[in-house]
Design a protein around this ligand. Structure first.
Ligand SMILES: [Zn+2]
Length: 165
């Protein structure tokens, strides 16, 4: 789950582009990114349910692909015991898995898939386009983290990887 920016090459770009497209499709123009609106947008194309669950501490969330008769639907579960900014990152990360079509069976690709979902989540919650503007006004990690409803750690990493400093 930890966000690292090791070089994923073209996949990194596509993870970011996919997040950008979702922000655009959701018509979100500023921080904080509303996951409710993002999810409603996704629900126009996917049968998706998002539920809070009391997982044990080491589980942040999961994506389930379910079949009921001939209908497919998805469930994102997130750990309701974790702080809100963490829950937001988890939901965004699982949306990444959903859109990339990652499945649990691709174990050989697991690390790659996790990084891809993390890069997607970071761009979804902290779109570079928004951050560039806000960073000029308030170049302070705690203030920006509050505005974007993300952890200070996630914000710090995003500022660095987007090369704003
Ligand atoms: Zn994951």
């Amino acid at each position: 789950m930890e966000y690292t920016d090791t070089d994923l090459g073209p996949r990194k770009t596509s993870a970011k582009n996919l997040a950008k497209k979702l922000i655009k499709d959701s018509k979100i123009k500023e921080a904080p990114v509303s996951l409710r609106i993002v999810i409603e947008c996704l629900q126009t194309t996917h049968d998706l349910r998002v539920i809070a669950h009391g997982f044990s501490d080491h589980v942040s969330g999961l994506l389930m692909r379910c079949k009921q008769l001939d209908e497919e639907y998805f469930v994102i579960g997130f750990n309701e015991n974790q702080p809100w900014c963490r829950r937001r990152f988890t939901i965004a990360h699982e949306i990444g898995h959903l859109l990339f079509g990652h499945t649990c069976n691709q174990s050989d690709d697991k690390d790659h898939n996790e990084k891809e979902a993390d890069i997607f989540a970071a761009e979804l919650l902290i779109p570079k386009e928004f951050l560039k503007k806000d960073f000029k006004i308030t170049p302070k990690i705690p203030d920006l983290a509050k505005k974007y409803l993300v952890s200070q750690q996630a914000m710090g990493i995003k500022i660095t990887t987007d090369r704003l400093i």
